[in-house]
Design a protein around this ligand. Structure first.
Ligand code: NAG
Ligand code: NAG
Length: 267
């Protein structure tokens, strides 16, 4: 018995204090880390995309498939994120082997990411045998794209256009290069087809452009780069090391990083 009448079991007290501090430390560490990882804001106020952030994207709600009748025989199938306060719209097209769903799926999750960063984004299925949007057979691809953009209420969307979707984005943007700034705030060609068709138009098309392609994409990657370099406002050219034609699938973290940096660079 101690003089005060209390018996203090020192080892037990030490163990209890140890346990309590471990729990407090663990709780504050885990609850803080999620927000800290997601909000990696640089000095310029821009958000940097990190690997930790991409891991969290797996648990974000997947934007559901939506359908819209745009009139004139057009029906649109798409996925969309619409964060509050967005100041920029982004439209994602897709390549031959892909679809709108690609942009909300493993490993890219680009729509979920843009939702977090604060940009409205739509991934649109293109019309064709394999995809879900529809257009009258005789309607030109650029007419379809213009009507889709209006119907979805997108304002001068930045257009991300891989591979086969060049058949839509390039005529839409470059048939009349003097109007390109009224149509889009920026262009992200990802080794699109048909770049050789608009060589005469590029020099008068003032649109901020980031060319992005895979290092091992020896055909379309290199050829589209050579042609699109003639655009006067190519601000960034990115070659993703070790990535193939679908470079956003092979180097998704790098792709997302570059894309978000480019979007944040647009005024
Ligand atoms: C394109 O670049 C020129 C100079 O090279 C600049 O004057 C113009 O503002 C730029 N346009 C856009 C839309 O960025
Ligand atoms: C890139 O990803 C695609 C689609 O997942 C795959 O088929 C291809 O083999 C990959 N290429 C490289 C170079 O990793």
């Amino acid at each position: 018995m101690s003089p005060s009448g209390l018996h203090i079991n020192k080892p037990a007290v030490i163990i209890i204090i140890g346990l309590i501090s471990t729990v407090i430390f663990w709780y504050s560490y885990t609850s803080k880390s999620t927000t800290e990882q997601v909000e990696t804001v640089s000095e310029s106020g821009n958000m940097a995309v990190t690997e930790a952030m991409m891991k969290i994207m797996k648990d974000e709600p997947v934007p559901k498939e939506q359908t819209k009748d745009a009139g004139e025989g057009i029906s649109l199938v798409y996925r969309e994120v619409k964060p509050e306060g967005s100041k920029l719209d982004v439209l994602f097209l897709h390549g031959q082997a892909f679809e709108a769903k690609t942009w909300v799926s493993e490993p890219v999750f680009t729509l979920q990411l843009l939702n977090k960063v604060g940009y409205r984004a739509v991934a649109l299925d293109l019309p064709g045998d394999k995809w879900k949007s529809k257009k009258p057979e005789k309607m030109e691809n650029d007419v379809f794209l213009a009507k889709a953009i209006t119907s979805l209420g997108l304002t001068k969307p930045v257009i991300v256009s891989p591979s086969m979707s060049g058949g839509f984005s390039l005529p839409f943007l470059f048939k009349d290069p003097s109007k390109v700034q009224e149509k889009s705030r920026g262009f992200v060609p990802v080794a699109p087809v048909n770049t050789e068709k608009y060589l005469d138009q590029y020099k008068s098309a003032h649109i901020p452009t980031m060319i992005i392609y895979g290092e091992t994409d020896a055909t379309l990657g290199k050829e589209s780069l050579k042609n699109l370099k003639n655009l006067p406002n190519v601000t960034v050219i990115e070659e993703l090391k070790g990535a193939g034609h679908a470079c956003y699938m092979n180097s998704s973290l790098e792709f997302n990083k570059k894309l978000v940096d480019f979007l944040q660079s647009l005024k």
